[in-house]
Design a protein around this ligand. Sequence first.
Ligand code: ZN
Length: 266
Amino acid sequence: MKKKLLMLATVATVLATSPLLQARRQMLLVSDAQMNQMGVEAFEKLKASDKLSHDPKRIAQARCVVNALLVALPQKEATQAWEVQVFEDANPNAFALPGGKVGVNTGMFDVIASQDELAAVIGHEMAHVTSQHANERVSRQMLAGVGLDVIGAYTGSKTSPEKSKMIMGAMGLGAQIGVLLPNTRKQEAEADLKGQGFMANAGFDPAKAVTLWQHMMAASKNGAPPQILSTHPDPQNRIKALAERAPKLQANFRAAHAMGRTPRCF
Ligand SMILES: [Zn+2]
């Protein structure tokens, strides 16, 4: 208990407001620097445990989409260096982590029909990062007492496999490591909204966020459902909201093209 109080006394509570939604108060108990470090370490662990693809075409396509999206991101994330890796994994999944990390599974390329659909899924994942959703998840677990000393313990060698798994889950890597830890509905709606905006402002067709999820649903009919659908539930409602917003974002899409933002990644 003493430890708990000490921990809570030493963390700074930041109540941030999300500019794109009606003022949403966030509980953020972990510093940016710590979140970045956790993201970097989680990514290194995945690179060591999972198989990296060396397909130059896929790697170039994923990097091209990430680079094209950067112009639309808030300044902090737009100006940082991003590492992009493709993982040899048939499950169509993608993720982004604080600290500037993006992972795309090879299986994603079998589901998407265009560069714009890849931009839709990566834009959504990057929006989770710019909205500090991993920080919210870790903070919730700290308050729940689940991973109280996890931040202090998260220094690599001293981290038990269990804690490590928990923190990976909280970082949004649930599907990747087999722990189902979905984001909240609010976080998902926020990532959809911002991600689709990033797409349009970067010169990708915002309507393709709709077809992305349609293709994800179609993929689940052909066999085991993609993992991303278990961490991203309710695709029908998601599709409806994205479809309603797409026409409103066409002006941004056209303006981006007029500014010379015309990605050619595929
Ligand atoms: Zn999401």
